[in-house]
Design a protein. Structure first.
Length: 486
């Protein structure tokens, strides 16, 4: 998926108590789990790492429920235990459980009022940002009211806004707790059943600015807030290190183009019998391939589309998705890389072909696709009129509104709905393709759901697996109002 820098929060009305609307306190939410994801990949988590990471950092948004962050931290610990009780992953999950959440009105964020699943999280709760009002919580609730005292405690937090990992003060606005501490409790004490958690693992963390570019799998780009950007992370078990350039530089774009060419050249040598590593994604022939049990399982792209590796735009890395040959050629050429799709004279651009999809009234042209968002399902489907972004908001707003219409339509579909062969849609939370007049569904990875999203630099929409928070953020970023369905 092409990395976007989007403002994902909108201001809410003043509280019932008549408190004035104050400044939004936000952060680059993806940075909160980037190091955990790196540790997960190093521990062998492969394709399981990124979906859990996305689900987790999405819980830092203002719209999330008070216990969603803790639930996500439990998922992070669960996977760590599956991976030989990886100590670094557990430590980073404990720190994430205490990361402050965004607040659109500078009010403190309520605490979860239930025990965590894993004892490693016992006694942990999120810090507040320093700019948050220490006496008033979201909704105008005064200290002492529901949700203003962490679960298991009988008195307000002191000092206000602190947490076990930062016991002396709240966290500076926008700061990541994981960047200032490597221990989930200031004293580094080990967890004991029924007590506050705090594994004392002090394993060194990856550099916060590092980035890995995929060699065999999708590169999935974290969502960022308040116009900030963050390095891409991968969901591949096999990666090569890459130095991330600043987002204002063209350096990583050229490298992304060359990396995409190298992947496409490699993919041209693969077939269904090629040995592979579980969790690995690739293009096998014209199909999207996923390695299961040492063998590629392929999913054919929609009519007129083929599988290609594409360069990301705003961060180092690549994605693997279904699109047209012309679109893939153009995206690689736009990075400055020469030689076509495979850097060997490449394939020449082909004429635009119809996707055969009826997912959009406007979508009659070539596909301009984003990545698969870490899904274990098929690559995302996209439709586009290939209209160039004119620099104003009209194109993006229309794309946002079209995505809303599609999501509203998808909400009415079931597996028994009549469809046209080649049509792609969302049926429930699953990605669906029409075959023989009937939808065949592929569930999204854990924590993800199927949604229509607006394209950014061309006219049209895409259908892919992502988080509900990410889909909402992308639609809101176009200026469209009314949520996912308008």
């Amino acid at each position: 998926m092409v990395k976007l820098s989007v403002v994902v929060l909108s201001l809410i009305a003043a509280t019932a108590s008549g408190a004035p609307l104050e400044k939004r306190i936000a952060q680059t939410i993806s940075a909160s789990t980037a190091k955990w994801e790196q540790a997960c990949i190093q521990a062998g988590g492969g394709q399981q790492c990124n979906p859990i990471s996305i689900t987790a950092f999405s819980t830092l948004l203002a719209a999330a429920g008070p216990c969603e962050q803790q639930d996500a931290a439990d998922q992070m610990v669960d996977l760590a235990k599956q991976l030989n009780n990886d100590a670094q992953m557990i430590t980073l999950a404990q720190i994430f459980a205490q990361q402050p959440r965004n607040t659109p009105t500078s009010q403190s964020v309520p605490y979860c009022q239930k025990a965590p699943k894993n004892q490693e999280l016992n006694g942990l709760f999120q810090c507040q940002f320093q700019g948050a009002n220490p006496t008033v919580f979201v909704g105008g609730v005064q200290v002492g009211g529901q949700g203003t005292i962490p679960f298991g405690r009988n008195a307000p937090v002191s000092p206000p806004g602190s947490c076990p990992a930062s016991p002396s003060a709240a966290v500076p606005d926008g700061q990541q707790l994981v960047d200032v501490t490597q221990t989930p409790r200031a004293d580094g004490s080990a967890v004991t059943s029924g007590n506050s958690s705090g594994a004392s693992s002090g394993a060194s963390l990856g550099a916060s600015g590092s980035s890995a570019s995929a060699t065999k799998a999708n590169t999935v780009t974290p969502v960022t807030t308040a116009g900030a950007t963050a390095p891409a992370t991968t969901s591949s078990t096999t990666t090569t290190s890459s130095t991330s350039s600043s987002n204002g530089s063209a350096g990583f774009k050229l490298q992304n183009g060359k990396d995409a060419q190298a992947l496409n050249a490699k993919f041209a040598t693969l077939d269904a019998n090629t040995a592979c590593t579980s969790g690995e994604n690739a293009c096998v022939g014209t199909a999207f391939g996923q390695c299961v049990g040492g063998k590629f399982q392929t999913t054919q792209c929609a009519g007129g589309l083929n599988c290609f590796a594409l360069p990301l735009v705003n961060s180092a890395g690549t994605s693997i998705t279904c699109t047209t040959e012309a679109d893939a050629t153009s995206r690689i050429a736009a990075t400055g890389a020469t030689g076509g799709i495979k850097s060997n004279g490449g394939s020449s651009s082909t004429s635009v072909t119809s996707t055969g999809s009826s997912t959009s009234n406007d979508s009659t042209g070539s596909s301009a696709s984003t990545s698969t968002d870490g899904s274990t399902g098929p690559a995302s489907s996209s439709t586009s009129n290939a209209v160039t972004n004119d620099g104003n908001g009209n194109l993006r707003l229309q794309n946002g509104q079209d995505a809303q219409k599609l999501n509203a339509r998808f909400a009415t579909l079931s597996a028994n709905s009549v469809c046209t062969s080649g049509e792609n849609a969302c049926v429930g939370s699953a990605f669906a393709q029409c075959a023989g007049g009937k939808f065949v569904t592929t569930p999204c990875a854990g924590g993800l759901t199927c949604a229509a999203l607006p394209l950014v630099n061309s006219r049209g929409t895409s259908i892919t697996c992502t988080t509900q928070a990410d889909a909402l953020a992308r639609i809101q970023a176009t200026g469209a109002t009314g949520g996912l369905t308008g």
